[in-house]
Ligand binder design. Structure first.
Ligand SMILES: C[S@@+](CC[C@H](N)C(=O)[O-])C[C@H]1O[C@@H](n2cnc3c(N)ncnc32)[C@H](O)[C@@H]1O
Length: 308
């Protein structure tokens, strides 16, 4: 494990967040590099035009708590200004043939979409759809999706491995229909490239991939993004690594990756999940010990929790 200590000061007084003095520390193995840093400091460590794929999943300005950091900006304008800053810096890191995936809330995405379409070619507006068994909206339509924008720097030269992400085609082929639009009528293909509505369940406590992070993205989602928009050996950048899903999946698929994260609790997850370290600052980095007993909201013990 390589660890380099650099001290930096970054003030977010304009958006009400103040990080007095943030230590910047770097860890790596052969494929993965982790920067424990504020996003802007971490990005400074990445060479310009050296990255093939960016997956950016920032805080959404919706009041979620990431440890001590509360995801609230004083206004939509302040939030999107902050986003424009790290987006601009991230785009500098992307190769001319590179691709970018950006997530944010449904409310903020229109701002980022308008801004980004001046900088990159937007190829898809993806809807990551999931079901929710939690509290249901009664007076409006509950939020069951998160938007993902997919853009490329050069629409004539970018990676898209369509054959690697095909899914089952549930229409013509299942009904054993023939495609008469072809010169020689042929049965419908049984697989297809997924459209822009992705149904992928959220990460749940009982799933083996679960980590203690309030906004962990599913490995299946990252697998699709990484397989489609990068090749083995390519470099992937995640400026808001969180539980390090991007880096863990990239490593498993033989890609290099760089993850930036400012919360030390999540750095510990990243170090363990990527196998970079088993200890940090004398602490053993153990996976979460899941309770085998289910409790309801009042703390009443119920049935045993089964792994799914
Ligand atoms: C939506 S989560 C990312 C989740 C991640 N995609 C995953 O699968 O676990 C956003 C992350 O950004 C981190 N973060 C927020 N502000 C940051 C900043 N200024 N610099 C670096 N990381 C930041 C938070 O600690 C949080 O873990």
């Amino acid at each position: 494990m390589r660890g380099a200590l650099v001290t930096s000061r970054r003030r977010h007084a304009d958006v009400g967040i103040l990080s007095e003095s943030m230590m910047t520390e770097t860890f790596s193995n052969e494929l993965t590099t982790i920067h424990y840093a504020d996003v802007m400091d971490g990005l400074e460590k990445v060479r310009d035009e050296s990255v093939d794929l960016i997956f950016a999943d920032p805080p959404y300005n919706i009041g979620k708590k990431f440890g001590d950091f509360k995801d609230v900006w004083p206004s939509d304008a302040a939030y999107v200004d902050w986003c424009y800053g790290w987006l601009e810096a991230s785009l500098r890191k992307l190769k001319k043939t590179g691709s970018l995936y950006v997530m944010t809330s449904t409310q903020a995405m229109p701002y980022l979409d308008l801004w980004l379409r001046e900088k990159v070619t937007i190829l898809s507006r993806i809807m990551w759809h999931y079901d929710s068994s939690g509290v249901q909206a009664k007076k409006f339509y509950g939020s069951m999706y998160e938007p993902i924008l997919f853009g490329v720097k050069d629409s004539r030269a970018y990676t898209f491995n369509a054959a690697d992400i095909e899914v089952e085609a549930k229409t013509g082929s299942v009904r054993k229909l023939m495609d008469y639009r072809k010169e020689i009528p042929t049965p419908y293909k049984s697989t297809k490239v997924p459209g822009n509505a992705w149904y992928i369940p959220r990460v749940r406590y009982r799933m083996p991939e679960y980590e203690e992070h309030p906004s962990q993205k599913p490995e299946t989602l990252l697998e699709r993004v990484i397989k489609a928009s990068s090749n083995p050996g390519d470099v992937i950048l995640d400026p808001f690594a969180g539980s390090f899903t991007t880096c863990a999946v990239a490593q498993r698929l033989g890609r290099s990756s760089i993850g930036i994260e400012m919360n030390p609790e999540y750095i510990k997850i990243g170090l363990r999940r990527t196998g970079i370290a088993q200890t940090w600052n004398g602490e053993t980095l153990n996976a979460i010990q899941k309770s085998t007993v289910r409790k309801n909201a009042n703390g009443i013990r119920g049935g045993a929790v089964k792994a799914i």
